[in-house]
Design a binder for this molecule. Structure first.
Ligand code: CA
Length: 220
């Protein structure tokens, strides 16, 4: 059974979510204190975490960041404030999705399934001298790790999977963020800029990402 960790200090919400997940044949566990999360994750290796932002002990953002230092397990962040989403995305925590409270448990279950689908078919993409290992979120160029953030990795691997095809910023945002309505266009531009910088640092004569003025970006 797929193990889902629910980190939520509001007991009623946590239990409701747990019941819905059980109905959908998941195996959920609830933790209500931020301090317990990292030890639990290391010990039990859940398949996905639904992580509330405001928690006693330790906040969800810090927890997410720490998990990303040792694991790419799917994380869905939960926040009570819509205006926080932009900040969350800006911080590049490496979460896989975001949900706003109040949510319907049905919606959460749907998101859990979608994120699991998206993250389970992990493969390796190879294009030019670039190797993308989706299980590890690791991209290497000429055998050297590019040290990408999760968002940068997702962007690059999406573009590289469809070389030559031009994608608009909106299309790219849809790939990267499910809740793309609240993200500004510049978010993609700034991720692309950072990506190019990292690529350029390893390879002076190769440009992997091309921009098409007024349209978007493509993998060359
Ligand atoms: Ca909370």
């Amino acid at each position: 059974m797929t193990k889902i960790l629910i980190v939520e200090d509001e007991q009623k919400i946590a239990e409701l979510l747990r019941d819905y997940l059980i109905q959908s044949s998941f195996d959920p566990t609830i933790l209500d204190n931020g301090l317990d999360v990292i030890p639990y994750v290391r010990e039990n290796k859940p398949d996905l975490i639904v992580l509330d932002l405001m928690l006693p002990g330790r906040d969800g953002m810090e927890i997410c960041k720490e998990i990303r230092t040792f694991s790419n397990l799917p994380i869905i962040m939960v926040t009570a404030r819509v205006e926080e989403i932009d900040r969350l995305l800006g911080l590049e925590l490496g979460a896989d999705d975001y949900i706003c409270k109040p949510f319907s448990p049905r919606e959460v279950v749907a998101r859990v399934k979608a994120v699991l689908r998206r993250t389970s078919g992990a493969t390796t993409i190879q294009a030019k001298e670039l190797i993308l290992d989706e299980a590890r979120y690791q991209a290497s160029l000429h055998g050297i790790d590019l040290q990408l953030t999760a968002v940068e990795f997702k962007l690059l691997s999406f573009l590289a999977a469809h070389p030559g095809r031009i994608y608009s910023r909106d299309q790219l945002m849809e790939q990267i963020y499910t809740d793309h309505r609240i993200v500004s266009d510049r978010t993609i531009d700034s991720h692309i800029k950072k990506l190019r910088k990292k690529i350029a640092a390893l390879s002076l004569d190769e440009e992997l990402i091309g921009s098409v003025y007024g349209v978007g970006y493509k993998f060359i």
